[in-house]
Design a protein. Sequence first.
Length: 256
Amino acid sequence: MVLASIGLLIGAEATAAEGPLVAAAASTRPALEDVAARYLEATGESVRLVFASSGMLAQQIENGAPFGLFLSASGAYVTRLANAGWTRGAPVVYAGGVLALFTRHGLLDVNTKPFAALRRALNAGRIERFVIANPEHAPYGSAARAVLGDAGLWGKARPLLLVGANAGQAVQYSIQAGVDAALVPLSLARAAALAQLGDLQLLPAASHPNVPLHQVMVMLQNSDVATQRFFEYLQSTDAQAAFIHHGLKLPTLVLE
């Protein structure tokens, strides 16, 4: 059953026919597809990309999925895999994530602090559907829950939640009619042009200090020389330029 599910996942999400098999957080999709295209042009080598929530990918790796490289939206899953012996070599922070608040046009006063405006809208019953990614598996969902909790809004928002299985699905839900607000990755919000559908406000990392979005990658036991080359390319200035272009930040943390 595990192998069958992996086969279905790869068939649905892999973006190249051959090359290293890379498991990546759904939030990285636009950036990583761009990076993979740049890598192919520069080296002639392709990679296969599989996207899902970081937590689900970590579970697949623990169940024997044949990935060679894991790009997580959180260091916690990388640490868990490393402690269990699934990784090879030192992990690397490849980018910093940015959480964004999307709201339908006119819902909030964008000149007011976002959480004060959000509190007023929730208290007034002006929000019927609030989208986040699954906080149990998706780091951006965990950050969204932390943001709402720290702002004292989790109790109000929780009954209204429409939860995506991963960050990508959360953005898909955000586009649907009837959704009033969402907390999603800036990278995917840009790719989906959410700013054209409503108001998009960037949230500082200080709004979720206990759930830092340090995006970490690590080689896995199934890695080979080709995987190592792509791993090194992901740390290049060319790859970092792509990450920045797609709404991620330069890494600011060095792992021991």
